[in-house]
Design a protein around this ligand. Structure first.
Ligand code: CP
Length: 344
């Protein structure tokens, strides 16, 4: 019964909110258990997530910012690496969808006594968690879990490999400002080598038709990245005036083993976005940053205050995109259950 009520409610959401922007009737849910990376999503699914995020963002403007989409479901966040934005964003998204929420504080859990990832997650499943949102230092840890548990697994960042929800919110944030990514000139600047955000952004921006240039010192943008079908530049100054979007990444000192550039000062001199460099960009350039920012390294203080920087909008959009993902993952189950009820 709950499922049927929810279905009607969601149908009303569509009618109320998408009259001017009709949903793709061919697809109304993610027909998958997990969300692990951008590669495994179809372009239609990416479009579906973005269109649903638009609706959920509108919900934020209401006095009551929650909807009962996940009532009775349990979301568990399991972060083996530090996070501010992604963890809080998933938790707020889960709360705004009225789910029960468990946050495993890994550093004070039985993980420190040597409990394995799979045993920890089986414990959460025994408590009937429906969604496991995981961040892990090991690439493909979420993929391993997805094959071994029944709950939905959502990748909140795995090693250098992927950060699909960041990529989805980045694409959505650009689409709020531009009609399409087709032909947009986007630079991703910084520590590409160690960046899961860069890998997922490359995948989604390319899929949506953007022209991508990776920028940084050769040590952090090795030639191997040509296989992604991107351009590479070792000079930020050479490409600045042509750019529509610039995504500034953090130098990930915690992931670097060895010296990748002579000094932070030298890195800043060559690759930071400063006021002088911003003056050479298109006036409407979109400056993005996934956060956290190292002020004075990749962004000068002045640029960190620039109206072209949409970092806070990215954070807001992240909640909407994650609500859309939870909703659409649940949507598959809703449709399935509804069919069974009718057949009975
Ligand atoms: N963008 C991002 O992943 O930030 P956090 O590490 O704070 O989650």
């Amino acid at each position: 019964m709950f499922v049927k009520e929810n279905s009607c409610y969601l149908y009303k959401i569509w009618i109320d909110n998408f009259c001017a922007y009709p949903p793709n009737t061919a697809m109304t849910s993610l027909n998958r258990k997990d969300l692990l990376d951008i590669e495994s999503l179809t372009t239609e699914e990416i479009d579906l997530i973005c269109r649903n995020a638009k609706y959920f963002k509108e919900v934020f403007t209401r006095s009551v910012k929650s909807v009962p989409v996940l009532r009775g479901k349990t979301v568990c966040t399991l972060f083996y690496e530090p996070s501010t934005r992604t963890r809080l964003s998933f938790e707020l998204a889960a709360k705004r969808l009225s789910s029960d929420l468990i946050n495993v504080a890994v550093s004070t859990s039985s993980v420190v006594k040597g409990e394995s990832l799979i045993d920890t997650v089986h414990t959460l499943e025994a408590m009937k968690a429906d969604y496991i949102v995981i961040r892990h230092a090991a690439s493909l840890a979420p993929h391993f879990l997805s094959r071994n548990i029944k709950a939905s697994v959502i990748n909140a960042g795995d090693g250098f490999h992927a950060h699909p929800t960041q990529a989805l919110l980045d694409a959505y944030s650009i689409l709020e400002k531009k009609e399409s990514l087709k032909g947009l000139r986007i630079a991703i600047v910084g520590d590409i080598l160690h960046s899961r955000v860069a890998r997922s952004d490359i995948e989604i921006f390319k899929r949506l038709g953007a022209d991508i240039t990776l920028v940084g010192p050769p040590t952090l943008v090795p030639d191997e990245f040509y296989i992604y079908g991107v351009k590479i530049s070792y000079s930020l100054d050479d490409i600045l005036p042509q750019l529509d979007v610039i995504n500034m990444l953090r130098v990930q000192k915690e992931r670097q083993q060895g010296a990748f550039f002579p000094s932070i000062r030298e890195y800043h001199r060559q690759f930071a976005l400063t006021e002088e460099r911003l003056a050479r960009c298109k006036s409407d350039i979109i400056i993005m940053h996934p956060g956290p920012v190292n002020r004075g390294i990749e962004l000068s203080n002045e640029v960190a205050e620039s109206p072209n920087l949409i970092m806070n909008e990215q954070v807001t959009n992240g909640v909407a995109v994650r609500m859309a993902i939870f909703y659409l993952l649940a949507g598959g189950a809703v449709l399935g259950d509804e069919k069974e009820i009718k057949e009975d």
